[in-house]
Design a protein around this ligand. Sequence first.
Ligand SMILES: Cc1cc2nc3c(=O)[nH]c(=O)nc-3n(C[C@H](O)[C@H](O)[C@H](O)COP(=O)(O)OP(=O)(O)OC[C@H]3O[C@@H](n4cnc5c(N)ncnc54)[C@H](O)[C@@H]3O)c2cc1C
Length: 504
Amino acid sequence: MYDIAVIGAGVVGSFIARELSKYNVKVVLIEKENDVANGTTKANSAIVHGGYDATPGTLKAILNAKGNAKFDQVCKDLSVPFKRVGSLVVAFSEEEMETIKSLYERGIENNIPNMKILNREELLQKESNISDEAVGALYAPTGGIVGPWELTIALVENAVENGVELKLNSEIENIQRLEDGYLISLAEEEIKAKYVINAAGLFADKIHNMVSSSTFEIIPNRGQYNLFDKSAGNHVNSVIFQCPTKHGKGVVILPTVHGNLLLGPTAEAVDTKESIETTGDGTQNLRQHAEKTIKNLPFNKVITSFSGLRAKTSSGDFIIEESKEAKGFINVAAIDSPGLSAAPAIAEHVVNILRGIAGELEGKTDFNPARKPFVPFMELSDEEKTEAIKKDPKYGRIICRCENITEGEIVDIIHRKAGATTVDGVKKRARAGMGRCQGGFCGPRVMEIIARELNMKITEVVKDKKTAYILTKETKQKKVYDITDKLQTEAKKEEVGGKYYAKL
Ligand SMILES: Cc1cc2nc3c(=O)[nH]c(=O)nc-3n(C[C@H](O)[C@H](O)[C@H](O)COP(=O)(O)OP(=O)(O)OC[C@H]3O[C@@H](n4cnc5c(N)ncnc54)[C@H](O)[C@@H]3O)c2cc1C
């Protein structure tokens, strides 16, 4: 029997699992997808919010402020990219400057440090491409940007290093209350746990309703984005919001930690929790709103679009509490924005709730907060590069030409704890396929490497979801020769998944 089952390996469940790995408890992290960070965590604005806009006293306000302050240390420990680039909320009229002043006051109530109200000249010094209509802004220097899926992957790697068991491809089909805990039914096995932490994102209501009558509903709300090429990455320096209006927070323009430019999100009611398509209307809408904030955005440099779904509820705040009807079952639900920013503090808060139920937890003496760093090959010095290639020639072979990612890096991230098994898994961890061609050139090579390293058939390699096959069958007639076949020396050889094929 496990002590604790955490459901959902998004950023929230993964932070909780890693926090629990500091204690002598047996923890399992259960995820229905074939990789971690495959839900909302992979498609959001990636902002570590300053924390001035949530209503004071709410869980969102308290945990955003606390969470933001923890990012420097956790990203250092886990070797994850994080930059405090600062955030701006821009006003376009004197009337909007009044809203900026009330946001500032709210920030003070939320304990947000070092905020400043800027006039137009001060704003221009920070952002030279700001619109001619901008009159001033609220500046929060603690606002930042992070790699959300890199953070989640690193959290899970570190949690697993510290003893957490990760179960991927494990959709929870039912949960039954027992005298001393819960029986959790997965597709292929049943497991028991004394306590359950429900961090299932959009599906947290469904999981909750397995053990209790319905007390909340998660409503999906879609946000679409445009991602610009790195050559547009310097168009802005900080996270730039528009002054909130009765229609919402407006679109945001920001640099990403890897030097791209990101524009989004829209806010659209959708019918299902799978509606992650992007639309022409969405892109049009983003363009219209963005041009209000920033001049000369180079829309010919958009390299991809994507969307994510917010997990909203009617109350508007996070729901983090023990279920009223199910003892030892803790809901961590309705974690929409600023869930990423608050996640480190959510994890501590949840462990405190658990302590209140289960009693004091015994700390581990050998907890290791650091994860083996993933250093991109191109960030090494010339001497380090030569040394790496000498040790393993795969570091001398570039696979992704847009992002300059080597075969050595791809092999490394496949063989890590909770390593990549899919094309998007490689993309999220090593950035192969993140560049201008979006995997058009390197995709087939990445598939070959995954098949070879994981001893799979190339036709079994998927893009992201379990059934997202890329190849269904071979299209050219090939004959398989035994390695000792004399024809081998004559034929044009190709090694795929450990087998030699000769083109006929
Ligand atoms: C458009 C948009 C913009 C945002 N921008 C920001 C931002 O800039 N800053 C910020 O702080 N926050 C932002 N957020 C919010 C942030 O992305 C979320 O709060 C955060 O990602 C939620 O993480 P999670 O782990 O709760 O959910 P998820 O990442 O969705 O993880 C839940 C996991 O549970 C799994 N699961 C579900 N059902 C089951 C089951 N039956 N069995 C097993 N596993 C299951 C899912 O597969 C999933 O992996 C934004 C959100 C959106 C949509």
